[in-house]
Structure formats: C-alpha cells, structure tokens
Design a protein around this ligand. Structure first.
Ligand SMILES: Cc1cc2nc3c(=O)[nH]c(=O)nc-3n(C[C@H](O)[C@H](O)[C@H](O)COP(=O)(O)OP(=O)(O)OC[C@H]3O[C@@H](n4cnc5c(N)ncnc54)[C@H](O)[C@@H]3O)c2cc1C
Length: 428
C-alpha cells in the first residue's frame, strides 16, 4: 500500500489512527460519491449517512492529508468576510440567514466530538487580538454585529489589562474573547470523523485520486484502478483539486500558510504564555495564529504564499513572528515546520454550487474554514434531502475570476497582499 504519506507535522506525529484504508480497485454503485476526505468531504459524508444515504469517499492521499489535517486547529466562528460584507452583497433580509448560520459550524464540531467520542484535545475559548486602536474599533463593531445576529452569550471585549490575562505579550492593545471559539487537534478530528463515517457504513478509499467525473445520471467517478457510479457527487478537493473541475478554477486560487511547533514547554512556561489555554489570532489581514497543543507545545502559524508553492525556509518565515510575540521563547527548540494550502476567492467567501444536475461543490473559504466546512457538509446533506434554502443562499453569492486569468492571479493577489501588509504595518 503506497498512499502519499501525511506531510511531516506535529499532527501526523501524534495521530490517533495510523491505519491505511484500501485503494479503490473495483466498480461500485452508491448514492453519493464524495471526492476528498477533508472536513468538507467528511462532514458531508457523515451528515448524508445520518440521513440514510449510501456514501463512498475517495481520497487522493490520506484522510485529512490536505488543510484539514495541517491547520492551526482554531475554531473560529463566522466567515472569512463577515456578515456585514455579505449583507452589502445580498441585502439585510437575506443577510439574516448568514447571521443565523455564523456560529453553527462550531456547534457541529462539538456535537461530532461528543456523539462519536472523538479524542482531539478540544479546548474552549478563542481570542481575536488587536495590535492597534483601529483594530480594537473593528472588534467592538464585530461584537455588536454578531450580537445583532443573536450570538449574545459568548463574546467579551478585553482591554489592555484583560488581554494580558489571556496572552502574555506586550504586542496587543486589547482583544475580543469568543467563548464558543476554541481549538482542536485538526488531524485527529478528521480521523475521528472518518471513523464515524465508517461506523455508519460509509466506505473510504485512500490513495484513490479521482481522474475524471463523467456527468450523467448516474455520474461516473473514475480513478486509476476503479470507478464509482453515483446518483450524486460531492466535490470537496478544495485547494488540492487541481484541474479536475476546470469550471471551478478561475475564481479561486490555492495559497500556502506555514506553521511551526516548539518542543513541549514546561507547565510553568505554557501557563505563563497562555494562562487560560485559549487560541489566539491577531487582526491583521496577513495574520498570526497560535495556541498550545494537548502536550503543551506552542503551535504558531502565519505567512501566506500565493500560488501555493512550498517554501523551503518555513522556520525563517515564522520564527521571527513567534519571537516578536513571545521573546521569552528564544531558546526553545522548534520540532516541526510545515506548510499547507487553503483556497482563496476574490471575495474571501466560499464558492458553492452545482455542476449539471447532480454534482455539488463547496470550497474556497479563504483561510477560516474549520467551522464553515462542517456547516457546508450539513448544507450539502440538506440539499440532497430536498431542502435547498441554506445551500442556495451560499450558492447565490457572486464570485469573480481573478483579473488576468490563471497567469496573473498570483501577481495580482501578491499585490493585494502587499497593500494590506503595508496597511497592517502602518496600523491604518
Ligand atoms: C496551514 C493552515 C492553517 C489553517 N488554520 C486554520 C485555522 O486555524 N482555523 C480555520 O478555521 N481554518 C484554518 N485553515 C483553513 C482550513 O484548514 C480549511 O479551510 C479546511 O480544512 C478546508 O477543508 P476541505 O475539506 O475543504 O479541504 P482539505 O482539507 O484541503 O481537503 C481536500 C482533500 O481532497 C483531496 N483531493 C483533492 N483532489 C482530489 C481528487 N482529485 N481525488 C480525490 N481526492 C482529492 C485532497 O487530497 C485533500 O485531502 C488553515 C489552513 C491551512 C493550510
């Protein structure tokens, strides 16, 4: 068995389940064929199985091999662009639906962990940290916005003294605590969800890259050594989908972000950095995100590489950021470094819809996807069960191709990122 191994990360090194699933080497028939075993694919599979569909999942590499098994592990509510931006696009009335759904993904994750007994180091509490007063103003507006949409219990503004109580650095002027945020071991969440899929009779094949999808009723999904005839197909390959569905390519772009992980810290050091064990992300456009692992390592991420080339100098990109936040870690060893790809859209809102009559997709949540992907799976199950309202709300969000097409989408976005980096640095 020679499935592409997981990237060498702290998560792969501490995975709960190292079983390799078989490669597809037969012809199968099923209700739904899911392409990709990240959160989008696994959440779809699980919701569909729970509502009585037969499901086959085809994964090119390993379960959670993509962003879902490599991310910062931060349960961040709402979307990569907030509800007010969506309201400007779809109007206040339709915007309400997005407001209602904004915290649902986090609840789904917790339900999954509880119901299927998934061991993935869940900790509650996420902090948005402001580097200047302008960002503080944004956080206050964000709190008011989320509360106006009914999310009233869990948010707390932190002043300068308040943020020092949750993250021991002088970088921040304040922040906002979301008690319904939190963090998880992302790969172990994906592996636990995969086990849940199998417990309900779902079949997962690894090392089974889909090479072609022949539209029709049924559709035929082909791999090198097998094929699946399915009434419905769910495309969940996100930043790793490549050219499989050419119609999805122009309006999204894979981007890399990098993560480093320290050696396990002493209890005393860990507690001094993040006394409440919350996860933290700052409010910059190109943001830093960090948290403690279950065994008290600091997991620190940041940086964006447009076009998703793998940088070979991850430590030199991320370590200075970590030491700027926590200079007290200057003598600590870095045990792991890795990169992973997320999928960016121009609007930074998810790209959702149908191809033909029976092929559904959701991708491109542009950086914050841990919660949205779990919601996406539920929405896909709803639409296949004949309840399309919520799926169609996302599907109606407009998307635009990157200017200049494939050749120019990297330079264009890099230019955009440069502009935002300068704004972040100047605090404007
Ligand atoms: C380093 C990093 C840090 C991040 N941190 C956070 C965070 O802290 N919080 C947050 O909210 N979001 C974060 N994100 C984003 C989040 O991880 C993603 O939005 C989310 O995991 C996407 O899930 P997915 O299932 O859509 O895609 P993926 O997890 O990438 O899964 C897609 C899967 O499809 C498979 N595939 C692709 N093509 C085919 C094919 N042809 N045939 C079969 N299989 C195929 C791939 O192998 C892959 O396993 C981060 C992303 C990265 C990369």
């Amino acid at each position: 068995m020679s499935a592409t191994p997981h990237t060498e990360s702290y998560y792969a090194a501490s995975a709960n389940d190292t079983r390799i699933r078989p490669r597809l080497e037969e012809h199968l028939e099923t209700d739904v064929c899911v392409i990709g075993a990240g959160y989008t694919g696994l959440s779809s599979a699980l919701h569909l199985l729970e509502s009585g569909f037969k499901v086959v999942v085809l994964e090119a590499a390993r379960i959670g091999w993509g962003a879902s098994g490599r991310n910062g592990g931060q349960i961040v509510n709402s979307y990569s662009r907030d509800i007010d931006v969506i309201e400007k696009t779809v109007g206040k009335e339709k915007g309400k639906l997005f407001g209602e759904m904004a915290f649902e993904g986090g609840r789904i994750i917790r339900e999954r962990i509880e119901k299927y007994n998934i061991d993935c180091d869940l900790k509650n509490g996420g902090v948005f940290a402001a580097l200047n007063q302008k960002q503080m103003g944004h956080l206050k507006a964000q709190k008011a916005l989320w509360e106006a949409h009914g999310h009233t219990e869990q948010l707390e503004i932190l002043d300068e003294a308040g943020i020092r109580n949750v993250v021991n650095t002088e970088r921040y002027v304040g922040g906002m605590l979301d008690k319904s945020g939190g963090h998880i071991h992302p790969l172990n969440l994906a592996l636990g969800e995969a086990r849940a899929v199998e417990s309900l009779g779902g079949k997962i094949f690894e090392d089974s890259a889909v090479l072609d999808v022949v539209e029709g009723e049924p559709a035929i999904v082909k791999t090198e050594f097998g094929q699946v005839k399915a009434r419905f197909v769910v495309v969940a390959g996100n930043a790793y989908l490549g050219k499989l569905m050419p119609e999805l390519m122009a309006k999204s772009m894979p981007c890399g972000t990098q993560v480093i992980t320290t050696e396990p810290l002493s209890d005393e050091m860990a507690k001094s950095l993040l006394p409440q064990d919350y996860c933290v992300e700052d409010c910059n456009y190109l943001l830093d995100y960090f948290r403690l692992s279950g065994d008290k390592r600091l997991i620190y991420g940041g940086g964006v590489v447009y076009g998703a080339r793998d940088p070979d100098n991850i430590k030199s990109i991320i370590l200075p950021k970590m030491l700027q936040t926590f200079p007290q870690l200057k003598d600590v060893r870095i045990d792991f470094t890795w990169t992973g790809n997320f999928l960016l859209t121009l609007s930074r809102l998810p790209q959702v819809g149908r191809i033909g009559k029976n092929i559904y997709y959701s991708q491109g949540c542009s950086g914050h996807g841990v919660t949205y992907t779990h919601l996406a799976g539920k929405l896909i199950a709803e639409v296949l069960n004949g309840q399309a309202t919520r799926f169609d709300a996302f599907a109606a969000l407009p998307h635009y191709p990157f200017p200049g097409g494939h050749a120019l989408r990297v330079p264009f976005s890099a230019l955009g990122a440069w502009y935002y980096t300068v704004r972040d640095k100047l605090g404007i």
